[in-house]
Design a protein around this ligand. Sequence first.
Ligand code: XBP
Ligand code: MG
Length: 237
Amino acid sequence: MKALIFDVDGTLADTEAVHLRAFNQAFEQEGLDWHWTLAQYTELLAISGGKERMLHFWRQVNPDLTEVGGGAVQATIDHLHEIKTAFYEDAVNQGAVSLRPGVLALMSEARAAGLQLAIATTTSPVNIAALLRGAIGPDWRSHFLAVGDASNAPIKKPHPQVYLKVLADMALPARDCVAFEDSANGLQAAMAAGLSTVITPNDFTAHHAFQGALRVVPDLSAVKLAHLREWHAAVQH
Ligand code: XBP
Ligand code: MG
């Protein structure tokens, strides 16, 4: 086991309630009559990626929606997402989210033991920076050998693109790594890249199916490197 690869939203931190508020703030600022409830958003999370999620919703409320010449639909989505991202980044900078239990301790233990860390997320680079700057410090980027995100892996989970990109950037085979995820889409993406995956569900994903996971644990507070080594070794041939 040479590297640990972490999803961000829902895994490093419980971010989705803050994402939800930011989406609704963007809709309101733009004068739209869209407002997502918690229950609605939990269902909409089946679509990974904020832009993809908004487009999916737009098609739900307007089945006749078709892209017109010049890409006006996509431009509207991009504009809304920019506003949403600004609201979200602002909230994170003001301390609206903190890392889930055990995350920082496991990262520190892994680094001290000479393992590499990486990020594999569908979200935008500014959102990762806001979270990890606050949680780790201004040098947070140097803690990770590779960061895969919406800017360099645009095809969203459950597609494995972001995991394949991170593995390629680290020049490591999947069998040398363990991934950490919170959702079914995330697990599918990691598994499709050949990764053993530890799942820490949250309120938004507790009902998801996690067949094929290496382990499903409530959070990382009781997970030490020794456990990961044991679980990982048991599935290697
Ligand atoms: C998280 C997402 C993201 C966030 C919103 O999935 O799907 O879209 O909900 O972030 P994962 P953006 O944890 O599997 O990466 O609006 O920046 O997409
Ligand atoms: Mg996630």
